[in-house]
Design a protein around this ligand. Structure first.
Ligand SMILES: [Zn+2]
Ligand SMILES: [Zn+2]
Ligand SMILES: [Zn+2]
Length: 172
């Protein structure tokens, strides 16, 4: 379990503690899948998280009106052990090979954690906006899968902060 569960999150965004506004900017790390060919991303990727994982990865909730922080965590949102400062702005520790080491295929699928922001409390909740894409600092690769054979590799320890782990379970 992360720092916030669904109940704690609902209470956090019920109203600003300072100004009583009800629109918040939420910052989180969530799962994003990207198609890669010869080491180059073929698109911006797509989200593959669910609502519980969205809440699980939250590290900041800020009031849009007064900028007051409703919630802020300084620890890694995936393992709760490392520091957030070892996650944000840091490059991914996993490199993507140009070709699959197993079959020399060029099509790999990368799953990673991307930082994202989303406004909560507005009439129509939008999709989270990624603030870093594959290949940029703060996008952390967790898994690489070959599309042609069964080769797969996963990050050692925590994919976000590189702490040795263990990772905490995510909500089911
Ligand atoms: Zn406020
Ligand atoms: Zn392969
Ligand atoms: Zn971590």
């Amino acid at each position: 379990m992360g720092k916030l569960d669904e109940r704690a999150f609902a209470a956090t965004v019920a109203g600003c503690k300072k100004c009583d506004a009800k629109v918040f900017e939420v910052a989180t790390f969530i799962d994003r899948k990207v198609a890669v060919m010869l080491g180059e991303p073929q698109d911006d990727g797509r989200w593959t998280h669910d609502g519980k994982n969205f809440i699980d990865g939250i590290y900041r909730v800020q009031c849009v009106r007064c900028r007051g922080e409703q919630f802020a965590s300084a620890t890694c949102p995936r393992c709760d052990r490392g520091r957030l400062s070892d996650v944000i702005g840091k490059p991914s520790r996993m490199a993507v090979p140009k070709r699959c080491p197993g079959c020399k295929g060029v099509h790999l699928t990368v799953t990673g954690f991307a930082p994202a922001v989303l406004r909560i409390g507005e009439r129509r909740p939008a999709s989270p906006t990624p603030t870093a894409l594959f290949g940029h600092p703060s996008f952390h690769i967790a898994q690489i899968v070959c599309e042609t054979c069964d080769w797969v590799t996963v990050a050692e320890g925590c994919p976000l902060c590189a702490n040795a782990g263990p990772l905490r379970p995510r909500p089911a």
